[in-house]
Design a protein. Structure first.
Lengths: 366, 366
């Protein structure tokens, strides 16, 4: 792998090329994962102004040392009052117009931004981007990112294997989640990507069942959906295991979900549309008579945020590109009875794909 | 205490009175803590429209059962496509103008909202509130909220006491944070109010030092700043303890911070301004020659969110009112050397105040 500087330089070049293509003279970036991806800055307050020739990152006095250590490709300015307003004043002095991200800018922030422009014609200066810019670039991970994400995903798999012998009927879902998160910290996770999902017995039929005080049943499914954060990058995986002997319907449902998941993983390759990948899973479940119980989309991009572009969902025309990392997570939920979901993180490669979460997906009966 | 319905009814009445006072015919509420406070709904997708006579909460199919169980004071509508847009269409059919919260509405959302209005004159319909409405009402907690917050705060104190015998030089800050969070779950916390801060040795001089791989020193301070969530309500407390014998400067600094904290707590009473409470702490530290090392404000409101109104900061003219719950958390940070911060949660009462976090603030040498 190349040194960090080279990756940083390439991200800046890629952004400037996109800006030139879209005739964007100046861009204000305030969404923190975007700021981090581009500049390396991990503080909680930042406004980054990028023009064709320069860039300046505005933050506050808490981050004087940290910003100078972390930031690449931009001048650091410690703002006296409001980082956002000083960034806007700077943009006003360098450009005739400045684009911003309407999905991560509140109406109140936009007022503040205009207030920072002192003197300039305020109405026309700030222009909302027609489509996301930095988050579109962030879809394609470079080798440095893929390496971190693979480590995060592997940590998730290790956790799953460590948890297997601890899963016992009678313990509460919350206790299971608490143990998993405690072990995650011990293995070096900075935190969890999202609130750990433990859904057992009939609760496995809830696609987003948080861990509750419910006790794991003597007989039933346990769905674990969790992820860790490593150097800012999120992992995400789901496995469904079995407590006690299953009846036929339970086993055939599990097998159908596994087949659907595998079909969608197999469909991941450069140039496939996201809709095709979704359909690969959906058609298997439809053929098994379970289509109507698969009530969500097949997956989503993942990276510095747990939910990123692209969406792996019905009719999505966006095409996969090498370097993207997506989840593949079909599920079947039979209300009041049980549910099964199986999820991997999958990287798109030149040749097809690579699964980042190698933990077994086989039927596990505890 | 009165039954839940009475509290719910009172919140609705208070809001409608404020709306009438400010001549607000219709209000769109999308900030989830505001939605929860008013209606009881805890789902992750909601748009609530309130008029003088009616109210409707729009959410999606995932929450059909939950919304009907939880929501009080509003009709529940399960939206087919976009809860936000259907809420706006509804508002358009009921009012000539609709106010919204510009601090919690993105520029992209506002476009969506206008798109939901089909037909109506779109420009003038949505009006940003000049000052926060629901979050202003949320500053004053009712007996049901105070009871929950007291339980959350007590849980925090129990945790601190359980952690004391576990704090040892050589263990990492992260391990300490992981143990604390694991115990919190065991005691019934739904989660942590924010990422647990453990800052030891010279790192105690960082006001927001996250837990790192740094090992607790043989001699030095350890600052623990943490909170738990119980039924949605956040607790927040900080204690600084000592490993090994202290030198004079360390002990006198601790004593000055404790005196400043106590002075600010004593200043908490109805009708005091937030600036006066801040000044009570600041003047003690100034007199001790430490004023310039107290680099942040004295505290903040807390409730369904970890940071709420009011701000306990210099020159804040807002006055305390019985029912408010604020943190009092002065600190002194000597760069490269050490830092001390002590924080309580304090409720404003008719008579003065009540500390919700009774854990000892005395000098503790481990």
């Amino acid at each position: 792998m190349q040194p960090v500087q080279n990756y940083a330089a390439r991200r800046w070049r890629t952004l400037r090329r996109s800006m030139a293509d879209q005739q964007i003279d100046a861009l204000l970036i305030t969404h923190l994962p975007d700021v981090r991806w581009l500049s390396g800055f991990t503080g909680s307050n930042a406004a980054l102004v990028v023009t064709a020739r320069g860039a300046a990152l505005f933050t506050d006095g808490r981050y004087t040392v940290q910003a100078r250590e972390e930031v690449r490709g931009a001048r650091v300015v410690i703002a006296g009052r409001s980082a956002l307003q000083e960034a806007c004043a700077f943009a006003g002095s360098r450009a005739q117009r400045c684009w911003f991200d309407p999905e991560h800018t509140t109406v109140a922030d936009l007022e503040l931004m205009r207030g920072g422009l002192n003197g300039k014609s305020r109405r026309g200066f700030f222009t909302p981007l027609g489509s996301p810019l930095v988050s579109t670039l962030r879809m394609v991970k470079d080798a440095a990112e893929l390496s971190l994400m693979e480590r995060a995903a592997n940590l998730g798999c290790t956790l799953f294997e460590m948890m297997l012998p601890r899963i016992e009927s009678g313990m509460t879902e919350k206790a299971l989640a608490a143990e998993l998160e405690f072990l995650a910290r011990g293995l070096g996770a900075e935190g969890m990507s999202f609130e750990t999902i433990v859904a057992s017995g009939p609760r496995s039929a809830l696609p987003h069942g948080r861990a509750t005080e419910a006790q794991l049943p003597r007989k039933g499914f346990v769905t674990l959906d969790f992820g860790v954060i490593l150097k800012g990058y999120c992992s995400d995986m789901t496995r469904t295991v079995r407590l006690g002997r299953a009846v036929d319907e339970e086993r055939t449902t599990f097998d159908a979900v596994l087949a659907a998941q595998q079909a969608a993983v197999d469909a991941v390759k450069p140039n496939a549309t996201c809709g095709e990948v979704d359909e690969a899973a959906r058609s298997v479940l439809r053929a098994a008579g379970l289509g109507k119980y698969f009530t969500h989309s097949t997956g989503h991009g993942v990276g510095l945020e747990i939910h990123e572009q692209p969406r792996i969902a019905a009719a999505q025309a966006a095409r996969l590109v090498p370097g993207m990392v997506v989840t593949i997570e079909p599920g079947v939920y039979l209300p009041g009875k049980f549910g099964v979901r199986i999820e991997d993180m999958v990287a798109v490669t030149e040749e097809g794909h690579r699964i980042l979460t190698p933990a077994t997906k086989s039927w596990i009966e505890l």
